[in-house]
Ligand binder design. Structure first.
Ligand code: SAH
Ligand code: SF4
Length: 420
């Protein structure tokens, strides 16, 4: 464990040598290699048939990489040595993304720079975050175990099928924040990721691989531990729609993660929301919309995308999504001091959300500052007052707990801060 010297505010910023924590990750992957990770069972079956192997070999590979989390072809012992060698000689490797650097917060949050080098793509790092106990962002959405702050109700877990038996308690509870692109093209004025511009899309294997790498690191037991996924890291998932949804299907169908424990956040890409509305319920995450402003006038200053798709057009698209029983749409709302955090803004947001007629909740996020971004954090008290106004208007509203502030809290901040 060594202190990371080149950062401001480094007292609690700790960089770990990730290689100590990621056994089996030593091989790296050459840019010209062909990754198996990212292919689904059907693809792997086709691959095996194409090299003259029986189809069940494809299922064995899927089992090894998505359920046993094997990272080296040589370790897939269900395959014959000859087949393993044949695949390596043909340039195949598992090629799962690798956790390259680890930053630990005093609050238990871990941030990772994850190296992605899928064939054909430039080698890039993206940011993934592990937040033990969640960040409260999942409160009150009605489909999973809830940290119910408002009424102190007991945890509900009626739909995920996970054990609620106290004799066999779930061991871990956490949220993983996942990136969908390297950088982002949407250019929201308050967001550090925007400063990177869009570098490239991530592949399905690079998106799902962030999740598996982190589950592996924490020895998560799927179906027992309560781990939520939020696609709220770097990038706009709905501007990388096909790869994003392919990653979701890998995680659901190959690894058996529950779609009801997944939330995708979009800045309001209407064609993406319309496609999302066509996805079968059992193969789609829950939906969060980054509202971030009480009206179009303010929103278009903060989020230029609002010129293309205004609040009404986003809400119209959201209405097309057929919700599960008790599912709610989440509206995310970043509070910017003096800009979006005033009492009249709260009243306007309450009216706006009520007018949509959607089963909805609001997640409030106090803005996380970043270098060169000309906004300020909300005043102490403003956040709670804002929440109170919404709750009194009958809108469920929750505060996203700031996590890992000492290691650059907002998703997307780390890469920018560490790599400049
Ligand atoms: N691109 C998608 C998902 C990634 S951003 C989207 O915009 O929804 C995830 C969330 O982080 C969004 O709600 C965004 O508004 C919020 N966010 C971005 N920068 C932030 C910052 N500096 N402080 C707090 N939240 C921020
Ligand atoms: Fe992109 Fe989301 Fe940041 Fe906007 S808030 S720039 S959409 S990552």
């Amino acid at each position: 464990m060594t202190a990371y010297p080149s950062q401001p505010d480094t007292k609690q910023l700790v960089q770990l040598d990730a290689s100590q924590h990621a056994p089996g990750s030593t091989s790296g992957h050459a840019a010209h290699s062909k990754p198996l990770f990212g292919m689904d069972t059907q693809d792997l079956v086709s691959l095996m048939l194409s090299v003259g192997e029986p189809s069940w070999r494809g299922k064995q590979i899927a089992e090894a990489i998505y359920r046993q989390w094997v990272t080296e072809l040589s370790e897939i012992t269900t395959l014959s040595v000859a087949l393993r060698e044949k695949l390596v000689a043909a340039g195949w490797q598992i090629g799962r993304p690798i956790i390259e650097q680890v930053f630990q917060s005093v609050d238990g949050t871990e941030r990772y720079l994850v190296k992605c080098s899928a064939a054909g793509g430039s080698v890039q790092t993206v940011e993934t975050v592990w937040m033990p106990e969640g960040d409260d962002g999942e409160s009150g959405d009605g489909t999973e175990a809830e940290f119910v702050k408002q009424v102190g109700a007991p945890c509900l877990d009626s739909e995920t099928g996970e054990s609620t038996d106290p004799a066999r308690p779930s061991r871990q509870r956490a949220t993983i924040c996942v990136s969908s692109q390297v950088g982002c093209a949407v250019n929201c004025q308050f967001c550090l990721t925007a400063k990177l511009g869009l570098q490239r899309n991530l592949t399905p294997g690079e998106i799902a691989g962030q999740v598996i790498a982190v589950l592996d690191r924490h020895k998560v037991e799927v179906g027992r531990d309560r781990v939520n996924l939020v696609f709220m890291g770097m990038g706009e998932p709905f501007l990388n729609y096909d790869n994003f949804m392919a990653a979701v299907r890998l995680l659901i169908l190959e690894t058996s993660l529950s779609p009801q424990r997944m939330t995708v956040s979009t800045s309001g890409i209407v064609p993406g929301i319309e496609r999302f509305a066509q996805e079968p319920k059992e193969l789609r995450p829950k939906l969060a919309i980054s509202l971030n402003a009480p009206n179009d006038q303010i929103r278009q200053q903060l989020m230029p995308i609002n010129h293309k798709w205004n609040i009404e057009s986003v809400v119209d698209a959201v209405r097309l999504v057929k919700l599960r029983p008790r599912e709610r749409i989440t509206f995310e709302y970043v509070l910017l001091g003096g800009v979006t955090d005033q009492p009249e803004h709260a009243r306007e947001v309450a009216r706006l959300v009520r007018r949509t007629g959607l089963p909805a909740k609001v997640n409030l996020i106090a803005w996380n500052p970043g270098p060169g971004i000309p906004y300020s954090m909300p005043q102490p008290g403003a956040v709670e007052a804002f929440r109170q106004t919404l709750v009194e208007a009958g809108i469920p509203a929750y505060l996203r707990r700031p996590r890992g502030r000492d290691i650059y809290a907002a998703c997307g901040q780390l890469k920018r801060t560490v790599e400049g």
